[in-house]
Design a protein. Structure first.
Length: 483
């Protein structure tokens, strides 16, 4: 695994090593030694989960969406070029009446009379009143439009806000990946612990089955009464039920680990070996807290959220500043699609806009953005305290488990020695069935406690690695960029 401390823990534990030969009374299945250690197997499973887990893939899509949003914000810096075409056919509408005939015909008539008096022919013909329509019956406008922002304070502020939001989502994805690594590690260790539990209980079933056989033999030879045999059979049935429960728990845990890796739920998992007894190493709580505050992606995510909210304040405030842009249009505008003088046109313009009053909308937007920035900052402070608490709790749990390991091993040795003595007395008919079963129960309980304590140490170390964000994650194959 990524953490050096966890590697030491994983390399120091063995499910069968340093166990006295007389305690290795398990079935043939228990004698099969795994070929690889827990660290190597967990590295493979974590790598597989990081590349196939559906929840992590969903977070990758969120990051991809934020990349697209950042590209969209950056595009506001660039010019836009558009082609527009329209054709209109109209009738009716407003008109302007010009009474040219009413005004000029009397004058023309008088002039014609004067010319006739001089013997000349009248040269001024009467004219009609004119009606001018304000709307063309047919008109088209086809042109290209170019727009280029020259000064727009909201654009760079929006880009900064979106970049911070993108980084926040990237760190959120990293946080999901670290939680997935922890869940796979703890889930696999719990499954491995369950397999050992099954073996211990199965060994207990074998012992009790042998006890039933011996008790029945003693009864047939008249050394014990029948209740001795009945009690042995009752205890065997009880442990067989316990074995069924242990196997069901192992199946459920295996399904959970397969689920995290997006496998078939009934897929097989590789059993890992643990090489030697656990050697405890010391930890500095203050140093672990500093490491966690510097490495936890949740804190980096909230830092970027604060930056995004502060950039949104500038976006809102940019509405008070003027904007300047360049506009250029070129095309044809006429009753038909003609080119040349009278139809072609070109325009170049500078567009200045400065808003002086908006009913308080800008002020309200700034207030909302400041409130969001304060909320994110408070959430970041709360998360920092929570991270420090998680480190302390994980370290306390690890130290408690480590302190219990030696006691659990001594308890198992003592229970086995007592059971060995009880077995000899049972074979000689010198011990009651209650005393023998009590010795067997004590041995099984001690074995299960030792198994639980060993894997508890490893699981608590995985929790501490998560709390301190120790190690790196192999996310390159599924990442759309890292913060």
């Amino acid at each position: 695994m990524a953490s050096g401390v966890l590697l030491l823990a994983l390399a120091s534990l063995d499910s069968t090593a340093q166990v006295p030969p007389e305690r290795q009374t398990l079935s043939a299945e228990a004698a099969e030694l795994p070929s690889r250690g827990v660290g190597a197997v967990l590295d493979d499973y974590v790598h597989e989960a990081l590349h196939s887990n559906l929840s992590l893939h969903a977070e990758s899509m969120v990051v991809e969406r934020e990349f697209a949003a950042l590209d969209q914000a950056r595009a506001q810096f660039l010019p836009t070029l558009a082609f527009d075409a329209s054709y209109m056919s109209a009738s009716g509408g407003r008109t302007l009446e010009l009474p040219l005939g009413t005004l000029m015909n009397p004058v023309y008539g008088t002039l014609n009379q004067l010319l006739a008096a001089q013997g000349r022919h009248g040269e001024f013909a009467p004219i009609q009143n004119e009606t001018i329509s304000f709307q063309r019956q047919h008109e088209q406008n086809t042109h290209f439009s170019l727009r280029q922002p020259l000064y727009a304070p909201a654009i760079p502020a929006a880009v900064r806000a979106q970049r911070a939001q993108l980084e926040a989502e990237q760190f959120n994805r990293m946080a999901v990946a670290r939680r997935l690594k922890r869940d796979v590690s703890v889930g696999y260790l719990n499954w491995l612990k369950a397999t050992h539990t099954v073996r211990i209980v199965a060994a207990s079933v074998e012992l009790l089955a042998e006890n039933v056989r011996v008790s029945d033999s003693l009864y047939r030879n008249g050394k014990v009464t029948q209740d001795y045999v009945l009690r042995a059979r009752a205890e065997l049935l009880a442990v067989e039920q316990q074995l069924r429960d242990a196997r069901n728990s192992e199946t459920q845990l295996r399904s959970y680990v397969n689920f995290l890796m997006n496998r078939a739920l009934d897929g097989q998992l590789e059993r890992a070996g643990i090489d030697s007894e656990l050697n405890r190493s010391g930890h500095d709580l203050a140093l672990l807290r500093v490491q966690a505050l510097g490495n936890r992606p949740e804190l980096a995510q909230l830092d970027r959220t604060v930056s995004a909210a502060e950039a949104q304040i500038k976006v809102a405030g940019a509405a008070r500043k003027p904007t300047l842009s360049l506009g250029a249009d070129a095309g044809i505008d006429d009753v038909g699609y003609d080119f040349g003088s009278g139809s072609n046109y070109r325009t170049v313009s500078l567009l200045l806009r400065w808003q002086f009053f908006d009913g308080g909308a800008t002020r309200a937007a700034e207030h909302g953005a400041r409130a969001e920035a304060r909320r994110a900052a408070l959430e970041r402070d709360a998360m920092a305290q929570q991270v420090q608490l998680e480190v302390q709790q994980a370290l306390d749990a690890l130290e408690t488990s480590s302190d219990s390991l030696a006691t659990a091993a001594a308890r198992a040795d003592a229970a086995h020695a007592a059971f060995r003595i009880a077995s000899r007395k049972r074979d000689e008919g010198a011990i009651s069935q209650v005393e023998f079963i009590d010795a067997r129960s004590t041995l099984t309980s001690a074995e299960l406690n030792l198994n639980l304590t060993r894997f508890e140490v490893l699981a608590r170390q995985a929790e501490l690695d998560y709390a301190t964000a120790a190690g790196t994650l192999p996310l390159a194959a599924t990442s759309n960029g890292t913060p």
